[in-house]
Design a protein around this ligand. Sequence first.
Ligand code: HEC
Length: 217
Amino acid sequence: MKNFLYFLIPAVLFLACGPQERISKSVFDEVNKGMEAKKLSEAQITQEAMIWGDSISNDAQQQLMANLHKAVNEQGAAGALEFCNVNAAPIIKELSEKYGVSIRRTSSRARNQDNLPTEEEFPILDAYLFNAENGIENEPNIQTIEGGDVLLYTKAIVISTEFCLACHGYPQKDIEIGVLSKIDSLYPRDLARGFEVGDLRGMWSLKIPKKAVVLRF
Ligand code: HEC
């Protein structure tokens, strides 16, 4: 655990300045078929993946939040809950296809069981939780997986405002009865309640193929 935390802390801070070009799925597939890649050092690839991962996860977060706010305004929390149930996964899937990068959100206290952490993700989430509970700021993390061809980019998701509590706070105190019964019927194994503002809610988890990073140059 100690080594692992050490790895998390010095993560790169390139937040707002990431390149914005996008890569289409067809171009990405072409490269995977074996196009000659330009030479970038491993360190450069990791650094660029960190920047790219940050801009992709920001984009995904913004898209989800824009849709969620619209749904809450138009349909109230109970209606928005159904909206999330139907649309959160497709919105994220569409972005995965657009970028040629596998994108997901994961949490040890997931609402949707599909979002529970994998073996690779679990120790990272655990380290983020340790940091959050000990007042250490969580930075994005990147590490090599799948025999070295893929980078796993992760970024903590925090309960940032009271807005989240209408669906992730304490039953009755924050989550209205009508919303709660919808949660119970749609997600009988829900773990994503009882959060407070500032709590770690989960993390973004992106699998970025190194080839896709190289192709951007
Ligand atoms: C209107 C209700 C609602 C609000 C408000 C809401 N969520 Fe959620 N959230 C959901 C639902 C429903 C899911 C499960 C979506 C699915 O089935 O994929 C979910 C899933 C998630 C997940 C994925 C992990 C999991 O538990 O399945 C994260 C992370 C998350 N929400 C964070 C937040 C944050 C942070 C906020 C505030 C900025 C927020 N949510 C506000 C309803 C809501």
